[in-house]
Ligand binder design. Sequence first.
Ligand code: NAD
Length: 492
Amino acid sequence: MAPMRVAPVLDGKQMPDAGGRCLEVLNPATGKVIAQQVCCSGDDLARMVQSSQRAFRSAEWQKLTPADRGVLLFRLADAIDAEAERLVEMELLDSGKPISQLRQVELPFAAALLRFYGGAADKIEGAVKNTPGGLHITMYQPYGVVAVITPWNYPLVNAVMQVAPALAAGNAVVVKPSEETPLTTVALGELAAEVGIPAGIVNVALGLGPEAGRDLVVHPQVKNVSFTGSTEVGQLGLAADQMKPVNLECGGKNAIVVFADADLDRAAEAAVFSGFTNCGQLCVSCSRCLVAELIADEFEQLLLGKLSKLKVGDPRDEATHVGPMITRPQYEKALKYMQQAPKEGCTILAGGGKLELPGGLAGGFWLQPTLLSGVTEHMKVAQEEIFGPVLSIMRFAEEADAVRIANGVCYGLSGSVWTSNVERVGRMVQALDTGIIWVNTMLVGYPQIPVPPHKMSGTGIELGMEAVLAFCQRKSAVINSDQTAPVGWDLG
Ligand code: NAD
């Protein structure tokens, strides 16, 4: 089958005349080319931002009430449901994700996000305060054109997570997906136009980060930037030097902390799920497993038992739990960590290298789910974000040690605590320096629960009503209603 052609979306349609470079899109499960991606030239990108600016200012968009915008988001959610199987197929080809994960988790979550933000559109409330002789109003207004830059690990979900609150707030969006996984974001741009979102309100730019991504964020008509991706790129500042608000959602090195009084079987199940779901390529996953010394040997055996039941392989098989690494560079990076880990003094309990699969999957980016034992605080695998199927087991003696180790990384995205001691729950929730903490559970997410990253994990906020406000410009007004109130020096 010849690779399909995929192009940037301008005014609801793929541009027939996009003039940038052409990139290959690979299926990571097979290593084969599935699409030729036409990128934006500098001119294309400028046309795209102009189109979004025009659409934002148009009467068609401006006359919509917030509730009308909500209805459009509901319609987009319905379209995602209706087109779910087509989108599953695209995402499966583009990312190699297991079909069950796409059908049961990612597509329903994308639709749920749109419904949550559809409902949020008419609940953006400012404040009115009585001031002597008048009123003080604080209001929220859309910025205009906002840029949304997304990574490759959850292509559709990450795009919807930002586009939906941006539209609920009344903005126009130019979204640039990762050059590795453009397919479902292109489909999202087309679907947005099909459900009646005015042309240009959702444009999709394609291209490399340092080219199309950079040109987009620094474009003078782009007023707000939402970036989801690596801490390294987030640290570049993007358009912060232009005084644009830049919402950064970046990396993590999260810890699951298991105390001796926990339900160990459930905790082991959670640790394996968290460490290996999406092949470890999830920003809020726990890649460090901190275990109380007292039960550490027993817990390692539990982890090994669960790992032996994990099915890694064909993404089309409903029984598959784990697919390939999504990109070749990420595959090579994670493999290097696996190979270097024993040199730092830890032990490979399971996995530790490439996974050879037969037939059509032989050319894919496959790695073995890997358990490392005896990992200590200062090892690279304990400090650096691997973003692959590597779970490092670290032992601790006291609660205070667990807190020190968990917080002893530069990131602060998520954490999970397993204990049956209620007082300990209270202490740990206070002590862990992360944006979200799960207690006796793991990776449970709802659109309404915000995740505000701490430390080098970012500066912004994701999910919840707060995400809508991140796409709103604040403005205050002081309205005087007292003609006798003094003005200035009273010069007469
Ligand atoms: P990345 O930083 O390499 O790329 C992310 C996006 O930024 C891509 O679209 C890329 O093209 C673009 N980009 C790259 N350089 C740019 C530049 N100079 N200007 C503008 N755009 C640029 O990240 P990735 O490898 O695609 O994704 C993996 C990373 O994303 C991991 O670190 C992971 O933790 C993080 N992530 C974070 C969250 C979160 O919510 N905190 C969610 C998902 C992924």
